[in-house]
Design a binder for this molecule. Structure first.
Ligand SMILES: Cc1cc2nc3c(=O)[nH]c(=O)nc-3n(C[C@H](O)[C@H](O)[C@H](O)COP(=O)(O)OP(=O)(O)OC[C@H]3O[C@@H](n4cnc5c(N)ncnc54)[C@H](O)[C@@H]3O)c2cc1C
Length: 160
């Protein structure tokens, strides 16, 4: 860890990051090479256990990869603000970020899919919505059970 980064372990502070970031970068395994795709998400934190909920069109490369190998990782960031220092080497960015690893699974069954979509909507727009079976039939809903995650922040120099 660089001297400018601060490890964040307070779960409420990490939840604040998860609720502000709105999209993440999902890393998947593509024939032994990484494939990263930006996606919106919903999250649930239960006694320190983090679960992410994603939605996707039915077809495409990432769905093929998830079906083939559920191992995944993610990174998200929020509060990104560039700042200038007195010297060029002191320019930088403040940020908060969360990174983790887990396993992705396609959610089956109307009730479980509706619940996942509502967690997604709650994170994205702060509200739930009544989804019909027909509306949900157009998308895959994916649950990522996160095995491990870490969070860090780099405050603005004036806030240190
Ligand atoms: C902020 C943000 C939020 C998004 N949220 C979602 C979401 O919640 N759900 C969702 O399904 N998609 C979301 N997308 C779109 C997503 O990033 C992918 O473009 C899309 O899901 C298709 O991915 P795929 O692997 O099925 O690609 P395919 O359509 O199968 O295409 C594969 C090819 O396209 C290229 N490609 C795929 N996506 C991108 C991209 N974003 N930029 C540049 N090249 C690309 C790949 O390199 C690969 O060569 C979001 C994109 C952004 C930028």
């Amino acid at each position: 860890m660089t001297r400018r980064e601060i490890e964040v372990t307070d779960i409420n502070e990490i939840e604040g990051m998860l609720s502000r970031a709105k999209f993440l970068h999902l890393g998947l395994v593509d024939r032994g090479r990484p494939y990263i795709v930006p996606m919106n998400y919903g999250y649930e934190m239960n006694e320190g256990r983090l679960t992410l909920y994603l939605h996707s069109g039915m077809k495409g490369h990432k769905m093929d990869l998830i079906i083939n190998n559920p191992d995944c990782c993610f990174e998200l960031e929020c509060d990104v603000k560039p700042f200038n220092g007195v010297k060029p080497c002191m320019n930088g960015m403040s940020y908060c970020s969360v990174m983790g690893r887990g396993r992705a699974e396609i959610i089956e069954g109307y009730e479980a899919r509706k619940r996942a979509m509502n967690i997604f909507m709650k994170t994205q727009i702060g509200e739930e919505y009544e989804f019909s079976e027909k509306m949900l039939s157009a998308v895959h809903l994916i649950r990522v059970d996160v095995d491990e995650f870490t969070a860090r922040k780099r405050p603005l120099p004036s806030e240190r």
